[in-house]
Write a protein that binds this ligand. Structure first.
Ligand SMILES: NC(=O)C1=CN([C@@H]2O[C@H](COP(=O)(O)OP(=O)(O)OC[C@H]3O[C@@H](n4cnc5c(N)ncnc54)[C@H](O)[C@@H]3O)[C@@H](O)[C@H]2O)C=CC1
Ligand SMILES: O=C(O)C(=O)Cc1ccc(O)cc1
Length: 302
């Protein structure tokens, strides 16, 4: 049996539109409604036939939903919760896809105290945004982390888990705080580093007159992809997951200073030992089939 029959998606960008496409592909009988605050996005959603109904207001989108998924930037999630509250059916389950969870879960629970809330984070995405950037296989062979708080009705959690499994994801559960510390180091800090290095190189460009672009090698190009990620989304992630990001940034800065000293004092052994350890990390990821190439292969070839 399908976990949900009437799904409302608020926010029809990369992730919202990917959820819509994946639902259409894997659960075609589900009735899909959608809403986006941006009228141009609503027009695009209509033109590309993303959902069965594009609603003019968030309330109209959720009025007979049994699952509502909030796919908006994290600092907009609680406000949307407040907006939909008067129109939400009592038995509807509320979820989201935000990249950080503790603050979002707290504010969403405050906005909707009488509803089952099952926060989720599909750890899958790209640097692109908007309704036309989404694709149905985005979540296949990817993790989706659920962070329900103690006391959430277990059947609601299990239905959301089954929903994501049907979209192809592997579901894990974590506490919101643990999620935010893990993602701070594995996702948020790497984005911050990419934004920094591309910003520094772009400042240097005035000095070197475009040699930065001309000779950009593979490593720098990879950073530019990440640094092209949506500014609104990432501003919200850093301001919301502030504590965990600052903690990881502190550790990172210390380790960077250690490397700086090793280079200054010619400590080749220290550099060699670190680079050997990090190479082993990469090799173990590849062996577990979790590198992007392997996951992309899985998404396009099975
Ligand atoms: N981009 C990525 O790779 C991933 C993003 N996420 C999370 O997914 C969420 C959405 O991100 P994307 O889809 O990438 O962004 P996006 O920029 O592609 O789409 C967000 C959409 O939300 C709409 N929106 C903003 N405020 C709204 C409001 N108050 N009411 C209704 N619509 C509103 C925007 O108009 C936009 O169309 C974010 O919380 C992000 O942290 C999670 C996993 C991966
Ligand atoms: O594009 C990339 O490399 C990503 O890292 C995508 C991504 C961005 C944010 C998330 O919360 C999860 C995945």
């Amino acid at each position: 049996m399908l976990p949900f029959g009437r799904v409302a998606i608020i926010g029809l960008g990369l992730i919202g539109s990917s959820v819509a496409r994946a639902v259409r592909a894997t659960m075609p009988t589900v009735r899909l409604t959608g809403h986006d605050a941006d009228p141009a996005v609503r027009d695009t959603a209509l033109r590309i036939d993303l959902v069965d109904d594009v609603a003019e207001t968030p309330g109209a989108a959720v009025i007979d939903a049994d699952l509502v998924i909030l796919c908006v930037p994290v600092r907009a999630i609680a406000a949307v919760g407040t907006e939909i509250a008067p129109d939400l059916p009592a038995e509807a389950v509320i979820s989201d896809v935000g990249s950080c969870k503790a603050e979002v879960a707290r504010s969403l629970a405050a906005a909707l105290p009488d509803h089952a809330i099952v926060p989720a984070h599909p750890v899958a995405g790209t640097e692109r945004s908007g309704p036309e950037a989404g694709f149905a296989t985005l979540f296949r062979h990817r993790w989706c982390i659920l962070t329900p708080v103690d006391g959430t009705a277990e059947p609601a959690v299990e239905r959301v888990a089954e929903f994501w499994r049907r979209l192809g994801a592997t579901v894990e559960r974590m506490t919101p705080d643990h999620h935010d510390r893990v993602l701070a180091i594995t996702s948020h800090l790497p984005h911050l580093i990419a934004y920094t290095i591309v910003g520094t190189a772009s400042d240097l460009e005035q000095v070197t007159e475009s040699e930065v672009i001309k000779y950009s090698a593979g490593g720098f190009r990879d950073f530019t992809r990440i640094a092209a990620s949506d500014p609104t989304m990432w501003r919200d992630v850093f301001l919301t997951n502030r504590e965990a990001v600052l903690e990881m940034l502190g550790r990172f800065s210390e380790d960077l200073a250690t490397l700086q000293r090793a280079i200054r004092w010619g400590k080749g052994d220290e550099l060699f030992d670190l680079f050997t350890r990090t190479r082993a990390v990469r090799r173990s990821i590849v062996e577990q089939g979790q590198d992007d190439a392997a996951a992309d292969f899985g998404r396009t070839h099975d």
